[in-house]
Each structure stands twice: as C-alpha cells, then as structure tokens.
Design a protein around this ligand. Sequence first.
Ligand code: DNO
Length: 348
Amino acid sequence: MKSSFRWYGDADPVTLDEIRQIPGMRSVVSAVYDVKSGEVWPEESIKHLADECRAHGLIFDVVESIPVTEEIKLGRPEQDRHIANYCESIRRCAKYGVKCVTYNFMPVFDWTRTQLDKPGADGSTSLVMYWDQMKGLDPLKDDIHLPGWDASYSQDEVRDLIRAYGELGEEGLWQNIACFLKRVIPVAEECGVVMAVHPDDPPYPIFGLPRVVTCEENLDRYLSIVDSPANALCLCTGSLGCFPKNNIPKLVRKYSAMHRIGFMHLRNVKILPDTSFEESGHLTRNGSLDMNAIVKALVETGFDGWFRPDHGRMIWGETGKPGYGLFDRALGSAYLNGLIEANGGTIE
Ligand code: DNO
C-alpha cells in the first residue's frame, strides 16, 4: 500500500521537507485552495502542487477534496454547470498525475466537532464531540458557530440551506448523488482516476440534515449506483467508527476484498458512554477501534491503494491546524508502518 500525508499547500505550517523525512512516506494528499467551489481548478495551480511535491521527492497523486457544491447536492439550477466543472477539474488533475480524488456528500457542513483543543490527561489536545455541548442548539433559531464549520455562510444562509435539505430529505439526496455519480464516474474511468467518497462524520443526522454515507447498507447502495472500480470509498475509520454499530475491521475486509476502497483514513476514536466521542491517539489501546485488526484486514485482502494517518492530537507544544499538526500524525504513520510490516504487508 501507499503511504501518504495530507498537506495544505504552501500556506501549511508543515513543510514538504518535514513530510519527506517521515519513514516510508511516498505521496502527498492536497488540493487547490484558491478557487471558489464549483469553479474549474486552474491547470497552473495543479501543476504547481505536482512540481513542488516532485522537487521534494514526493508524489502528488491524491486529491482531498474537490468540493461538491450545495447546488449539486440540492439539485439546484447550477447543478449541471458545477458537475461539468467538476469533471473538467478531474481531467486536469489526471493530466498532472492524480490517481485518486476524495470528496464527500455531507450537506452544508463537513465534519462536526464541539471543541478542537480538548486537553487530555497527558497534556495533549484533540478534537471532540460532546453531546452536552450540542444539546438545546436549534440551528433554525440560534446562531451557531461550531468550530471548523464554513464561516463563509451567514447564519441566514445556513438556515435557508437547512430548510432546503429538510425538504429534500434522504431520498432526494440519493437522487442527487446518483445524478452526480452517473456523470462523474465515466469521466474518472476515462482518465484512470478513482473517486473515493468520504463517509459522513459523524455518520448520523446532525440538526435534522439528511446524511446517508453512514453504514454498511448505505455504502452498498452508494457503490451499486455505478458499479465501477472508479466509484470507491475513502474508508475513514474514525468517521464510521464513532457509530458503534459499524464494525470497522469487517467493513474494511469486505470493501477491500471487493476492490472498492481507493483511500484509507486511519485513526482511532474513543466512543464515550453517551455516544459522544474523542479523537484519541492512533494506538488501539487509546481508543475504541482495533487498529491492528483493521490493518490486518487490509493486508490480507491485498489492499494496494493509499492510506494516511488521519487527525493527530497536538503534542509537544505544536500549534497549527487542529488535527493536522506534524508530530502526532508522523507518530501515527510510524505506528501504521509497524502494523503493516508485522502483518506481512508491503509499503511501496
Ligand atoms: C477531516 C477530513 C475531511 C475530508 C472530507 C473529504 O479532517 O477527513 O474533511 O477531507 O470530508 O471530502
């Protein structure tokens, strides 16, 4: 399998020089950040990422993410133009060596947490979602500013979107997913790109918004809409794993054996008695997931796609983008390398 590391481009406090020194590191996972979502990615920005990575002995072959706009997800009038632009961005990325594109279909918000710097007993900090910090919040009445949410929406815009998704409902969302996949997957196939959908994080409805990329039944449905190896999963263990009914090693084994995992996000998560959760260190003993069973499932099914250590804690006084510091993610990577080697797997 291929070891990778997320990098937020030239503005990231973590540098490519640092990333290349992580043992076994091969690929960089990045995106073009200076374009409004829905518009086509300029070739020169993609080329710049590829050139920078190459100059540092690394390969830019995974994109995370080309955003799927609310217009696409809601089936609004701009849907058609945005999907056409999406396809063109895929073609351009492929031209510069990208082989896997990660995206999500979460309405309005990407991941949801209530605090990004919760101190742990050892003095590290991490991202958490505590129900008692969410309780009583009504997005249709209250102004809500949860950390990490897109601040470019005004509270009124958020309310309009939430109402629109309420009317759309889950089946409406499925229809718009189908419309997206049926146009995008053939383009991905043509250019040798695997599209890897990231699960909803957490994988259940938030504020009544429909969320469907959540569990085995729905993952099966998602993959069957276009039954192609290019329609694949970014199986994020921490996102799916904070819902106790999702048996992560079993899901990994199943979808890897089907060759429908393009990308693995590997991290642990600790589920609390009221189903709140904390992002823990990567080790099995730190959280609720059996990380060795997950890696074993990948090795035994011959997974040859990309993996990256997902969110790390902030340790050793590092500051930066919550979840995306260098130190703890690098430790996570070293731990994962160890599990892969001990299970007889290979890192390209
Ligand atoms: C969180 C990430 C997600 C992921 C998107 C993919 O840190 O794993 O934001 O990049 O959901 O589109």
